[in-house]
Design a protein around this ligand. Sequence first.
Ligand code: ADP
Length: 251
Amino acid sequence: MGSVGAKDVPVLMSPDGKRIDGRRADELRPLAITAGALKQADGSAFVEWGANKVMAAVYGPREVHPRHLQQNNKAIVQCRYNMAAFSVDERKRPGLDRRSQEISKVIAEAFESVIFVEEFPRTSIDVYIEVLQANAGTRCAGLVAASVALADAGIPMVDLVPAVAVGKVADSIVLDLKKEEDNYGSADLPMALVPQSGRLVLLQMEGHMTRDELHRALDLGVAGCRKIYDVMRQALLDKYRADGPAPGVAA
Ligand code: ADP
């Protein structure tokens, strides 16, 4: 890891096109997913993605709390994304801040659009995401973990939802930003999609890109999501090969 110039801004891209951790622009960090990591939840998954470690647990469909949120014609999806106090270098103040609330909301909305919520009126599907170690891209890691956990819980949905952040770093469009790239890069674009239809269910952007860069970033993200999807599927296959068929996902 090189470091030059004012205020120790690291060298984000070497002259031969290598990133701060040696990856190429289109390379993902190593990704490992364990489906069914927890015994108590209806469904769960543990994701290790680069230096990110994220656990997701799913309960439901079950009774709605608080009751007034209940909908007569469909299930509601409630999500709580939380970053542990020990998940970052400087201890994070515990509890749900604005950022956690925003991430919880966009993840819940992403899942509402893929789960067959009409099949479970007057119920709640509850998704808990706990970030144990954070190194950028945690909303995407959380979404990936929760998606596998939902399938593990047998919740019927259109498909698994892979997610990844793409961004602009030292004038290059790159896949799967790590912390330094997120901090010192010029754009961060987390996205999640339904692979078969290509429908985006989450798209956010911080920073600036030209229209052409945005197109290239989306293409790179879609290609990355397809690779992530394969790892997600494999995690479920690994679990259910031993236990019987995965209930939530079509083969
Ligand atoms: P994401 O984790 O989805 O990329 P952000 O872009 O908001 O979301 O955050 C980027 C990274 O910044 C996080 O993954 C984490 O490593 C770090 N970070 C976020 N919030 C805090 C915080 N309150 N304290 C310290 N680090 C944080």
